[in-house]
Design a protein around this ligand. Structure first.
Ligand code: NDP
Length: 453
């Protein structure tokens, strides 16, 4: 670690105590950027990275609401408006009990680089609440979403900040949030993305993060003259990103062996085929059940509940070629990364945001496997959100094939940027440096042009 990164991290930690995920995200980026900052001292003089680390605005608010038993509930809401140098703020909302200021700051920071990589004009933000939607009635979810938007509406808008979904925020929640925004503002505008198809949504938006992630994996494999055909794949999670990652892997001829949720994971040696995926989609999106039920239905599958005493996740301890972490941050630790490498995995493509710890990332880079970090590999979701914004502005709807073709093109272009930038500034094939530096340059140049603000 260079002295510059050491000093920067000491300052970040002192100024932002108890935000380990934010420190982790900044450290990874700072390590990559030290290569650029040496060659471009003008960025150091203008303190571009130091400015990017400081959110432009943090909004934190009370969300008080009455549940369907008539009891008063209180949650905490947030919106982190991180950087607007290249466009209006854009980033998802996460509803999960683990949400804290530090988690959202790490996500907002990553989003700035990711949005820049898409080539679309979008700044970076993130928000959410410690509200837990799991097991709650539709009425409770609606009441919470309305209370949340009753404050958030002051801070967002189609030319200011355009939220979308993330963990715990899917089509249902976006609908309730949009309804409340429309009521309060008396306007029908594209203030959120991930909307329903008949009220401004885009085709392929639900599929976009998962599909994009698999397109990115295909691009990485193609650098070694390979495809996904016949490859054994480990996928984690079973929500939006995981489901469409599985769908696209199957379409491209891969075999999917695993899935998980926050209670445990399944390993199906016969493979999760299209019919089994349809069962999972119904289980998770309609019945809102647990992944354990899968092993009850399909005898070829084994379920393992989360064991807090285990130092590794058994999902990553199977022989395979490719891994797609699609659940949450830090789900691949040092031991998991070692297990993946030991089991022959040579292509890791991140559907989730920052699913690998820094120790794990270093192992993947040292082993020179194909490792696609989340800010590049999962950018398909926000890219199609950007396309949804364009369609809303044009008051047009593009066809499924048109949106999918644009998504493919964007993922190809992100891959190309990562490869070219890694060749220019670091080791060819280091997608971490490629993504961090590629995302940084566009934002940094815009900030230089716009003066010290
Ligand atoms: P969903 O809420 O649809 O699904 C999340 C999945 O991950 C669920 O299976 C959930 O299990 C599991 N999960 C969540 N938290 C944990 C945890 N602490 N431990 C183990 N499993 C957990 O969210 P998405 O699929 O939308 O998001 C998944 C990841 O992808 C996140 O990192 C998100 O930031 C990232 N992402 C999402 C995008 C999108 O377009 N939706 C875009 C880019 C990135 P359970 O049901 O038990 O909670």
């Amino acid at each position: 670690m260079s002295q510059y990164v050491k000093d920067l991290m000491a300052e970040v930690k002192a100024k932002n105590p108890a935000q380990p995920e934010f420190h982790q995200a900044v450290e990874e980026v700072a390590e990559s950027l030290s290569l650029v900052l040496e060659r471009h001292p003008e960025y150091r003089t203008a303190r571009i990275l130091e400015r990017m680390i400081e959110p432009e605005r943090v909004i934190m608010f009370r969300v008080a609401w009455v549940d369907d038993q008539g009891e008063v509930q209180i949650n905490r809401g947030y919106r982190i408006q991180m950087n607007s140098a290249i466009g209006p703020y854009k980033g998802g909302l996460r509803f999960h009990p683990s949400v804290t200021l530090g988690i959202l700051k790490f996500l907002a920071f990553e989003q700035v680089f990711k949005n820049s990589l898409t080539t679309l004009p979008m700044g970076g933000s993130k928000g959410g609440s410690d509200f837990d939607p799991k097991g709650k009635s539709d009425l409770k979810i609606m009441r919470f979403c309305q209370a949340f938007m009753s404050e958030l509406f002051r801070h967002v808008g189609p030319d200011t900040d355009v939220p979308a979904g993330d963990i715990g925020v899917g089509g249902r929640e976006i609908g309730y949030l949009f309804g409340q925004y429309k009521r309060l503002r008396n306007e029908f505008t594209g203030v959120l993305t991930g909307k329903g198809l008949n009220w401004g949504g885009s085709l392929v938006r639900p599929e976009a993060t998962g599909y994009g992630c698999v397109y990115f994996a295909s691009e990485m494999l193609s650098t070694r003259g390979q495809t996904l055909e016949g490859k054994k794949c480990l996928v984690s999670g079973s929500g939006n990103v995981a489901q469409y990652t599985v769908e696209k892997i199957l379409e491209l001829g891969g075999k999917v062996l695993t899935l998980s949720d926050s209670n445990g994971c399944i390993y199906d040696e016969a493979g999760i085929d299209k019919e089994k995926l349809a069962y999972i989609m119904e289980l998770k999106n309609v019945r809102r059940g647990r992944i354990e039920d899968y092993a009850g239905k399909y005898k070829s599958a084994v379920y393992k509940p989360v064991d807090p005493k285990l130092e590794f996740n058994p999902l990553w301890d199977h022989k395979a070629d490719c891994a797609f972490p699609c659940a949450t941050q830090n789900e691949i630790n040092e031991k998991d990364a070692a297990n993946l490498l030991k089991n022959g995995v040579y292509c890791v493509t991140e559907g989730a945001n920052m699913p690998t710890t820094l120790d794990g990332v270093r192992q993947f880079i040292d082993a020179r496997i194909l490792y696609g970090p989340g800010k590049a590999a999962n950018a398909g979701g926000v890219a199609v959100s950007g396309l949804e914004m364009s369609q809303n502005s044009l008051r047009l709807s593009w066809t499924r094939d048109e949106v999918d073709a644009r998504l493919r093109m964007i993922m190809k272009s992100i891959h190309k940027t990562c490869v070219e930038v890694s060749e220019r500034f670091s080791t060819p094939g280091n997608y971490v440096n490629g993504a961090n530096i590629g995302g940084f340059l566009k934002v940094a140049d815009a900030m230089m042009d716009q003066g010290v603000v």
